[in-house]
Ligand binder design. Structure first.
Ligand code: ADP
Length: 228
């Protein structure tokens, strides 16, 4: 499903330091993988390579059967359909309601109004926001905003959900709500990649943990813990 073979990413032509240095990684469909590492370790770079925001300097990337070496720019939307992304700062549209924020992802994909009316309530229910459809982001708690962002990321049923520090702005209770939601989405069959600095979450989840340090994978444990 996700394959990286000796991937190196160096920003800028003359940099002698690589953000990622010959990383090899294999993630199976439906896995739940946590990626940890101190700031600057290369986590964001890894995620940006997967979403094709950045291109590797060398090495091979294949995601869901798509070989990035032969991927044409015009096919990038197809790739992005397979990968949903949520961020620490939610990135919601402030002037749009919960329903409209989620519907927007379908509008730009060319879905009809009828299909949108059918699909959005289902995902709102899945993330536990029924009754909040007409609220605006500023009327929601941080945890609820992140639920909207997650709903928007999964409404087109991507194969992979990337959650980049999704609990970074949340208190412990809301953080756990979001993590449980990610687990639920994973149980329904979506591969989840989660980056976090939250030691408690990493240690309690008992999932595969990949630790990056200075652009290298320094450990990859099946039921891993946070090693600082
Ligand atoms: P993390 O997400 O683990 O904090 P990053 O992937 O953001 O790590 O960064 C890895 C390294 O690459 C750091 O040394 C960082 O300064 C560098 N880096 C990240 N993005 C850029 C960029 N756009 N241009 C130049 N250097 C970058």
């Amino acid at each position: 499903m996700i394959l990286l073979d000796r991937v190196t990413k160096t920003y800028g032509k003359n940099s002698n330091k690589s953000a990622l240095n010959r990383i090899s990684l294999h993630v199976e469909p439906k896995e739940f993988v946590i990626i940890v590492g101190t700031s600057g370790a290369g986590k964001s770079t890894l995620l940006k390579l997967l979403t094709r925001e950045e291109k590797p300097t060398s090495g091979k990337i294949v995601v869901g059967g798509i070989d990035y070496d032969t991927l044409k720019d015009r096919h990038i939307p197809l790739l992005r359909r397979k990968i949903g992304v949520v961020f620490q700062d939610f990135k919601l549209l402030p002037q749009r309601t919960v329903f409209e924020n989620i519907a927007f992802a379908l509008e730009i994909a060319g879905m009809t109004g009828h299909e949108i009316k059918n699909t959005v309530p289902k995902v709102i229910e899945l993330v536990g926001l029924s009754g909040k459809e007409k609220q605006f982001p500023h009327q929601l708690s941080g945890g609820e905003r992140q639920r909207v962002a997650i709903a928007r990321a999964i409404v087109r049923q991507p194969k992979i959900l990337i959650a980049d520090e999704p609990t970074g702005n949340l208190d412990p209770k809301h953080s756990w709500d979001i993590v449980r939601l990610l687990e639920k989405i994973n149980k329904y069959g979506t591969t989840v990649l989660l980056t976090t600095h939250n030691v408690e979450i990493v240690n309690k989840l008992k999932r595969r943990v990949i630790t990056l340090d200075h652009g290298k994978i320094v450990s990859d444990q099946a039921q891993g813990s946070y090693r600082q």
